[in-house]
Design a protein around this ligand. Structure first.
Ligand code: G1P
Length: 292
């Protein structure tokens, strides 16, 4: 079987970000920074590091800043150039996207993650594709999506990033019914979206990184409603089990849920501590502050 190359990624970014009001009243939640980079840029950088060349952002109203963020800011660049701010200019230029590499579609009504992915069906076409949920930030040696892409090349099938969560938290996630384990790869026998802790088939839960075969779109098109009355990606993925290889990857790294205030603050600290220019001063501050 020839394995089709992974070049596309879908970024669902239509959510309202109500948990971060008032910060997200006039800017999309994906523009919230961790240290000095917005969440959306972490997702795009991670994807590019994994060989992704084409992006589709599934947006909604009030999300124009996300599109502007990846455009060339001509006035800014010319001002930086005239002031000889070469480092800032070089940083902006190094992050510049290839013309035409980002496309957007709008999710007109908030019918769930599965519906958002279905909105990208023309972009997906007949190709395997990655999904990155920008709320989930992963600090790791090898970018999380690269780890998934490697697993996809090994298995030729669907791969989702998973981690064990406390049983009382499984109702926040898509949860695996697990089969055989081979190293970090766990065979998926079934999937349940947001199960009650007492009936969850395991505690191995999906975080916001996926590599999926395009056939998932056919199942999404049925528009079956699941947990919360929404069209759930997890339910469509569950229908692919048995038709194509499907694995959970226990990825290397630490995941932060930036859709949650505590998780977002933890990410700020962890990413700052990992930065050569900030790590020691933040560490010293934390030690002194915690002991005071
Ligand atoms: C979504 C998915 C869920 C997954 C989670 C990861 O849920 O539906 O399966 O485990 O992302 O963050 P949401 O966080 O949108 O409720």
């Amino acid at each position: 079987m020839s394995i089709r190359p992974l070049r596309k990624a879908v970024l669902p970014v239509a959510g309202l970000g109500t948990r971060f009001l008032p910060a997200t009243k006039a800017i999309p939640k994906e523009m919230l920074p961790v240290v000095d980079k917005p969440l959306i840029q972490y997702a795009v950088d991670e994807a590019r590091a994994a060989g992704i060349e084409q992006f589709c952002m599934v947006t909604g109203r009030g999300k124009t800043a996300l599109i502007d963020h990846f455009d060339i800011a001509f006035e800014l660049e010319s001002t930086l150039a005239s002031r000889h701010k070469d480092d800032a200019l070089e940083m902006l230029r190094s992050e510049r996207m290839e013309p035409g590499s980002i496309t957007t579609v709008r999710q007109q009504v908030p019918l769930g993650l599965g519906h958002a992915i279905w909105c990208a069906r023309v972009f997906i076409g007949d190709d395997p594709f990655a999904i990155l949920l920008p709320d989930d930030l992963v600090l790791s040696k090898t970018p999380c999506l690269q780890q998934l892409a490697d697993a996809y090349r090994e298995t030729g099938g669907n791969v989702v990033a998973v981690e064990n969560v406390p049983r009382e938290h499984v109702s926040r996630y898509g949860v695996l019914k697990t089969g055989a384990e081979h190293g970090n790869l766990v065979e998926v026998l079934g999937l349940v979206e947001k199960p009650k802790p007492e009936v969850a088939p395991s505690t191995l839960s999906i975080i916001g990184r996926y590599v999926l075969l395009p056939e998932v779109v056919n199942y999404l098109a049925r528009m079956d409603r699941g947990a919360g009355g929404e069209v759930q990606l997890t339910d469509a993925m569950a229908k692919m089990v048995g038709h194509a290889p499907f694995h959970g990857l226990k990825f290397e790294g630490r995941r932060f849920d930036c859709g949650d205030k505590a998780g977002y603050l933890e990410a700020q600290l962890a990413f700052a501590l990992a930065r050569p220019d900030l790590g020691s001063s933040v560490r010293n501050f934390l030690k002194a502050y915690a002991d005071a």
